[in-house]
Design a protein. Structure first.
Length: 205
């Protein structure tokens, strides 16, 4: 009789536990992106205009595995790397930054053409970049910032020689210590890095 009562109580508790598990739903995932500044009003170069002869081809941006996923990475200790659970990028940072670089360089008007990595067209120069950091840094004093650091190499396509190198760094304070604050600060940092890239390349050509 005692065993039957114990078994009945066990079944009731087990059913309550299962119901709680089934009814539990995870919050929706927030999706963030890096937004390039498109310039659809830029006039096309005339066919006879030879003032801009450089055709720049972008190589795929290299990085560690952390920046090849859609995770929004944050660091709250010197050697730690974590990611926000219910928030993510619309694509991996290496690809979002690749699009931003291409749009910014095209809008600068300093090149005859800016080719994506998959293009089979002949290029004059090649731009190679390595992404070292694209994350939200949370400091011990309570402040936080979006940090982007990348190394870039301008290469002559014909001779395969390095023409110039540049480290691009942008650190933008974040208003909040969460994914939304990270996305906002990293958007500003990404556009700052893209502007620095355009200005650097304008001095090379």
């Amino acid at each position: 009789m005692l065993n039957n009562k114990f078994y009945a109580v066990f079944l009731i508790l087990w059913s309550v536990l299962l119901t709680a598990c089934v009814s539990h739903t995870s919050p929706p995932v927030n999706i963030y992106t890096i937004s390039p500044q498109w310039n659809s009003d830029k006039p096309a170069l005339p066919a006879s205009d030879n003032s801009k002869k450089t055709v720049l081809k972008l190589s795929p941006i290299r990085s560690s595995e952390a920046f090849t996923s859609s995770n929004i990475i944050y660091s709250d200790e010197q050697h730690s790397r974590n990611h926000y659970i219910y928030s993510q990028w619309s694509d991996a940072p290496v690809r979002l930054l690749q699009i931003l670089f291409q749009v910014s360089l095209e809008n600068s008007g300093q090149f005859k053409a800016v080719l994506p990595p998959a293009s089979s067209a002949r290029a004059t120069q090649i731009l190679e970049c390595t992404l070292y950091d694209f994350s939200h840094h949370i400091n011990s004093n309570g402040s936080s910032s979006g940090v982007i650091r990348a190394g870039c190499f301008l290469i002559d396509h014909k001779s395969r020689t390095v023409l110039a190198t540049k480290e691009l760094v942008s650190i933008i304070p974040s208003a909040t210590k969460n994914a939304q604050g990270a996305a906002s600060a990293l958007n500003k940092a990404a556009n700052s890095v893209a502007t620095k890239l355009v200005n650097w390349l304008s001095g090379q050509n």
